[in-house]
Design a protein around this ligand. Sequence first.
Ligand SMILES: NC(=O)c1ccc[n+]([C@@H]2O[C@H](COP(=O)([O-])OP(=O)(O)OC[C@H]3O[C@@H](n4cnc5c(N)ncnc54)[C@H](OP(=O)(O)O)[C@@H]3O)[C@@H](O)[C@H]2O)c1
Length: 309
Amino acid sequence: MRASFLQSYGAPLDVVQVGEQPDPVVGPDSVLVRVRAAGVNPVDWKIVAGYLQGAMPHHLPMVPGWDVAGVVEAVGPAVTTVEVGDRVLAYDREDHVQHGTFAELTAVPERAVATIPDGVDFTTAGALPLAGLTALQLLDALEVGAADTVLVHAAAGGVGGFATQLARLRGATVVGTASEGNHDLLRERGVTPVLYGDGLVERVREVAPEGVDAVVDLIGGDALAATPQLLATGGRVASIIDADVVHDLGGTYVFVRGIASQLQSLVDLVASGDLVVDVSRTFDLEQAAEALEANRDGHTRGKIVVTNG
Ligand SMILES: NC(=O)c1ccc[n+]([C@@H]2O[C@H](COP(=O)([O-])OP(=O)(O)OC[C@H]3O[C@@H](n4cnc5c(N)ncnc54)[C@H](OP(=O)(O)O)[C@@H]3O)[C@@H](O)[C@H]2O)c1
């Protein structure tokens, strides 16, 4: 198959190439997917850089990418939930990092696979899994409900875009940090925008004088450290960035898991028009390195997607 791959770690434009790689092995409970779209997440360029080698076993040559949407090409003998020809999406993180989704084909464990409803295209579906599941699992960890005022850091990015919308769907009041250029977008989603950086605490307190009930941390650093000054009495915090700091703050660290039933509920919300997937840029598979590089600048609005065919 044709795939993007790396033989050594480094910056995407230096190490990610496109060429022939062996077709994936289809295990007894695996689903072979012909990839039509694969969302780009910051973890992808971090893996390409070699930063996650201490967190899980890595093997070269490696195909990057964890999100996928496409068509089932074959199934293992134990698979019961999908059939050849079905349109599916998945969050394809496995215990070892090697066989990713920026390729013509990928093999995904059945437990991670959901079905794409009619009316949702591959690019939209491919942008959803990792960021959408992360947002949902953060809100669940914080038990966000209608009575809450929630602060979402990095509210215009991949995870932030989904977290703000899902919190609004639960009836919460939502404040989100973003640069000025994204403030109108946040307002359109019913989110009160706040500029990040120096003076953040004062700006949040202007719009939430009692403090917020929950902080969704997607940034870490000074933003996470400011949590005690941002929270109302009894408030909660969850982070996907810094486990040590959030634990010291009495909060929860979330590491996203590929739960098919949750992914199905998210893509069903997309189909019903309740959840919008904002794809700001697409790149062809041949330009996977450029797609990773574009995400690396840290200011992606919504999602970047690698498309194929
Ligand atoms: N633990 C996990 O399971 C898990 C899961 C998913 C993601 N993550 C991590 O979470 C982080 C966010 O992921 P993502 O997919 O949402 O990234 P992303 O889409 O690349 O985030 C881009 C957004 O970050 C905003 N931003 C940049 N600097 C900021 C700052 N100092 N304060 C507030 N916002 C800022 C940008 O807003 P402007 O353009 O307006 O500046 C942009 O909208 C990444 O580090 C990722 O690796 C962890």
